[in-house]
Design a protein. Structure first.
Length: 258
């Protein structure tokens, strides 16, 4: 049953963003992607700080060792971002960042395949994290999967817009994103069979997952929101952040009661 949960969660994370992108026009996607970034940042921070880290610290593992793992995880994802494998570009024409004309075409032409490679590696790692979370506890697995899905939607939508504006057909852009998303399924299955026997490592894997969530939210997503905006747009950002945080808080509370 746990393997079925992992398969369902990784499939949802990989394909939901593709279905959303397929159902909306580029104009609509360009207008909503920054709201999705705010929502994703709230979800990631709330998941790490309200659910996954508390679960890890309830174990018998040393708090000092867990904090050291958290620090090492943050440094690791910083270095991985330096290698341009982990970070996903959310920037595209029409996102409010004043890119020059043909920016998307240049980005896709120079780095389209590297973006897809980075997506695939990140999705594979997400699959392993989802597997570890479900093997720890079904509740932790559900909340972790929700956080990853919320994070994947703006990432994949942003990549889809870049590929589409670069001249790829809708079907090809969606196909490439879907194939990248399926790497999460491979990571989930491999994680189930490899991580499963190493129960004592689960608290540390949860902390690594939290460091990933915190780093992406603080170093990647939130800086995109730090622009001089009107009061209305600022309140909209705060509202979407709050929606993400409250949603996770309610999910955690609801699962604790069952």
């Amino acid at each position: 049953m746990t393997l079925l949960y992992i398969l369902a969660a990784t499939l949802a994370g990989g394909l939901l963003s593709v279905l959303i992108a397929a159902s909306l026009t580029v104009g609509v996607l360009s207008r909503v992607v920054h709201h999705l970034v705010s929502l994703s940042a709230g979800v990631l921070l709330a998941t790490a700080l309200l659910n996954v880290l508390p679960e890890a610290f309830e174990s018998k593992a040393s708090p000092q060792a867990l904090f050291a793992t958290l620090l090492a995880g943050l440094i690791f994802f910083f270095l991985l971002e330096k290698a341009e494998l982990y970070r996903h570009s959310h920037h595209h024409e029409g996102d409010g960042h004043h890119h020059h004309h043909h920016f998307d075409q240049q980005q896709a032409g120079r780095g389209g395949w590297s973006v897809l490679l980075g997506d695939s590696i990140h999705n594979f790692c997400d699959g392993v994290i989802i597997a570890a979370a479900f093997l720890t506890d079904t509740q932790v697995g559900i909340v972790t999967a929700l956080a990853i899905i919320a994070h994947e939607i703006p990432q994949e939508v942003g990549d889809y817009i870049v590929l589409l504006n670069a001249g790829l057909s809708r079907s090809k852009a969606l196909l490439y994103n879907a194939m990248s998303g399926l790497a999460a399924v491979a990571g989930g299955v491999l994680g189930y069979f490899i991580v499963g026997p190493w129960v004592d490592l689960f608290p540390y894997l949860l902390v690594v997952a939290s460091s990933s969530f915190i780093y992406v939210a603080v170093a990647d997503l939130i800086p995109q929101l730090q622009h001089r905006l009107s009061m209305r747009d600022t309140l909209a950002q705060l509202a979407w952040l709050a929606v993400g945080m409250v949603t996770i808080a309610l999910v955690v509370k609801g699962l604790h009661h069952h």
